[in-house]
Design a binder for this molecule. Structure first.
Ligand code: GLN
Length: 489
């Protein structure tokens, strides 16, 4: 291991690079060494790209020396393996794409390149982003650095484990029903999923297109703001991307919270919530009162319908999106197909894992003639009601807070036999995606020695305000600075 010690936030590293305390090449080599020596314990990377990383770091050093480089210049990050990277395998955690080397990069990958961030590699995830534990990955589960017998959450398990284990300074991730906030919560990190349409989905492998949104996992709200400045953009190549000015998310971080109205939904504190998780969240809310905020009890009456509606809508969209994997155009192809039908069916049967196949079947069923009205249409009507719950709530309050997850990180294998228990992991996060709202999780304490996350849900395009609210909390608490004992270097 390198003898030099480095700070671990973007904000501190950017200052150190500018003060000449270290170079990006040194910093990048430090992270590459850590990945090589430690990632066998965490399995957070699917692909590591050392040569490219060092080339990018050298270019960043030149740019830093010239002055006027963006804040992210020279900072080692990594991307979830569902963002296409030109010339570098993009597997989406699936055997189906184990041989897929995209000819182009996702817009968000290009944005980070433009701003000089160094890419260390591609991160582990549940296959096609379907899961809450990273156990559905073709590459084996990523492990939680707080306890390697436990899951890091999913589907962005690699994105969270890598930051928690200090194998990347920050990571990109995606959130369809909770896949940024839940792993951030389980690994003691800050994660934000912006408003649907705020970040480009071009070059991000699609799971459920009306819900998928790119975001980031970091050590602090300040770092999340810096990462979001680069992630967020209008992209004419994505028809759902919104043409709206991107603010500087770091500008309002220090604003005071006097008079802030925090909605606390009563449905988020009912049966099923772990007692110590509730205690940590209530303490965090009390901390916000000390910062000048007012707590207002609210109701989101259709919360109990979010998981059932999601598990019709998301599989329906997935069944359509995943029809492109046919063994013909790209991805896995079975050996010796007898005819075209055999090529299709065996390529899909052999290339997709169990959970993905289950969801394709559920989705195709929900969309089929005769069942469409009963399932898909009904789920969309419920979605509308869920959205309305939030619209009504935001007439009374500025943000909504509660637990991110009902419990801290669970053991590997604990929920694999019970899909419903696994699906309930996202009970507090899924409504946000159904409504298209921005959501965030920040560290707020511990339960049985494992991190607990506080969820912050904001109004549409209110990310700057949410980051300000998170940052103020992090100025007066140090939950986000806690690190697993094994990881401290
Ligand atoms: N855990 C949820 C699922 O399995 C959400 C996944 C996600 O946000 N990508 O679908």
């Amino acid at each position: 291991m390198h003898t030099k010690t480095f700070p671990n936030t973007i904000a501190e590293l950017a200052a150190g690079l500018r003060a000449g305390e270290f170079t990006s090449v040194e910093l990048t080599q430090h992270y590459l060494d850590r990945i090589q020596q430690l990632d066998s314990q965490y399995n957070s990377f699917i692909t590591v790209t050392p040569e490219l990383a060092l080339q990018q770091a050298a270019a960043a050093d030149t740019r830093l020396a010239a002055g006027d480089a963006p804040l992210l210049c020279g900072i080692p990050i990594a991307h979830k393996d569902l963002f296409c990277t030109a010339g570098i395998k993009t597997s989406c955690g699936s055997k189906m794409l184990d041989n897929f080397v995209p000819p182009y990069s996702a817009t968000i990958v290009e944005n980070y390149q433009r701003d000089g961030a160094v890419m260390l590699g591609k991160l582990n995830m549940d296959e096609f982003a379907m899961g809450s534990s990273n156990e559905n990955s073709f590459y084996g589960p990523a492990k939680n650095p707080w306890d390697t017998e436990r899951v890091p959450g999913g589907s962005s398990g690699g994105s969270a484990a890598a930051v928690a284990a200090q194998l990347a300074v920050a990571t990109t991730a995606s959130d369809t029903g909770g896949s940024i906030r839940q792993p951030a919560s389980l690994c003691g990190l800050t994660g934000i999923k912006p408003t649907y349409g705020r970040a480009s989905r071009y070059g991000m492998v699609a799971f459920a297109s009306s819900l998928d949104q790119a975001g980031v996992i970091t050590r602090s709200a300040e770092d999340a703001a810096i990462m979001l400045n680069t992630l967020a953009s209008y992209d004419p190549k994505d028809s759902t991307s919104i043409d709206r000015e991107v603010p500087d998310y770091t500008t309002d971080l220090g604003d005071d919270l006097n008079g802030l109205k925090i909605g606390v939904p009563k449905e988020y504190f009912e049966a099923g919530l772990d007692a110590d998780t509730e205690k940590a969240v209530r303490n965090a809310l009390a901390e916000y009162e000390k910062l000048g905020a007012e707590l207002v009890e609210i109701t989101l009456p259709h919360t109990h319908l979010a998981v059932p509606a999601y598990y019709v809508i998301a599989p329906a969209e997935a069944s359509a999106n995943l029809s492109r994997f046919d063994g013909v155009r790209y991805g896995y192809r079975c050996e010796d197909p007898q005819d075209l039908m055999d090529l299709y069916t065996r390529s899909r049967a052999e290339g997709f894992g169990q959970e993905v196949k289950q969801r394709i079947m559920v989705g195709a069923y929900a969309l089929s003639a005769g069942y469409y009205d009963a399932y898909y249409k009904k789920a969309q009507q419920v979605r509308r009601l869920i959205k309305k719950d939030f619209v009504d709530a935001f007439e009374k309050v500025d943000v909504i807070m509660g637990p991110t997850c009902p419990n801290p990180a669970f053991k590997l294998g604990e929920k694999t036999a019970d899909p419903v228990a696994m699906y309930l992991e996202d009970i507090y996060t899924i409504s946000t995606n159904l409504a298209g709202l921005p959501g965030m999780s920040i560290p707020a304490g511990f339960s049985s020695g494992l991190p607990v996350g506080l969820q912050i849900t904001g109004n549409y395009f209110d990310e700057a305000h949410m980051l300000n609210i998170a940052h103020r909390f992090q100025q007066v608490t140090d939950w986000h600075k806690q690190m697993p004992a094994e990881v401290q270097s």
